[in-house]
Unconditional design. Structure first.
Ligand SMILES: [Zn+2]
Length: 292
């Protein structure tokens, strides 16, 4: 398994280390009414802009803050009142300190602040992540839900326990009929489940079921990574994840070791479609096996 982890670490760490933020452009897409999606490098951002101000979901990497703020200013002038972090990973909270300095109130689940406040080690990446400075930490935290009443909409922020991490939140824009999924949704690809941050396959499945239960036939889902989708796309993603979970559970129950389970290639027929992103089939199988 060391080999798998080594390859994964190279794939994920090298592009970041070599990342040229100067070349990153922020792409702005209107999803519905007051809701926008911004893509640059790292987790996809969500924006609500309207009469009450600007609400931002996640903030990617610190060097991108000026570009992100410039892109938001093309939607609407004025300060970003709130930043909501969907979880603690650096490609979602990297701009927090800059946003806080610019006057934003940073909001996240209790466990996001807890992890950002202390040194972390990400097992999968074999990477130390030092504690963040005080100015980057969420100043309002919640345990289950928190609701924002702004821009003519009700934004319900719902904690999803032990899923991608132990501090995930999704954001349901009730009136706009949009759900920002954070990294609960890697659309079109196998998910990354951060086991060393408290993520589990059971939590991912329960979280996706919760998102579908909140949604209607026309709901748009913004994915933490990937293009996002409508309801059908999310249902297909859940079906793939459930299928792999069941296959791996069967192998594990029959007494197969992790190495034997990976060698059995339980994702072989799925890899062509789902294995073209960040996470390879063998790696997804390892996440599932280890969290069952
Ligand atoms: Zn993440």
């Amino acid at each position: 398994m060391k080999v798998l982890i080594g390859v994964a670490a190279m794939l994920l760490v090298l592009p970041v280390a070599a990342q040229d933020f100067d070349g990153v452009e922020i792409k702005t897409t209107r999803i519905s009414g007051h809701v926008w999606m911004l893509e640059g490098a790292g987790g996809t951002l969500g924006v609500s802009a309207g009469e009450d101000g600007i609400f931002l979901i996640d903030d990617q990497y610190a060097p991108l803050s000026p570009k992100i703020l410039a892109a938001i200013a093309t939607i609407q002038k004025g300060p970003v009142e709130f930043v909501l972090n969907t979880h603690w990973h650096g490609d979602h909270v990297g701009g927090n300190e800059n946003m806080g300095k610019a006057g934003s109130l940073i909001v996240a689940h209790d466990n996001v602040r807890a992890r950002m406040s202390t040194d972390q080690f990400m097992d999968f990446l074999q990477k130390d992540v030092p504690a963040s400075p005080k100015g980057a930490l969420p100043v309002v935290t919640f345990s289950e839900t928190v609701t924002f009443h702004i821009n003519g909409d009700t934004l319900r922020v719902v904690h999803v326990p032990a899923a991608h991490t132990d501090g995930d939140a999704l954001v349901h824009f009730a009136r706009a009929d949009v759900i920002h999924m954070g990294d609960l949704y890697f659309s079109g690809m196998y998910p990354f489940i951060d086991l060393s941050s408290g993520g589990t396959i059971g939590g991912v499945i329960a979280g996706l079921e919760k998102a579908l239960a909140l949604s209607g036939a026309k709901t748009r889902f913004i994915a933490g990574h990937g293009p996002g989708s409508g309801r059908e796309g999310l249902e297909g993603y859940l079906k793939m994840i459930r299928g792999v979970r069941n296959r791996v559970a069967e192998l594990k129950t029959s007494g197969k070791t992790l190495e034997e389970t990976v060698a059995a290639k339980p994702t072989a027929d799925l890899d062509e479609v789902w294995g073209q992103g960040w996470i390879q089939g063998d790696q997804f199988v390892e996440f599932v096996y280890r969290s069952l």
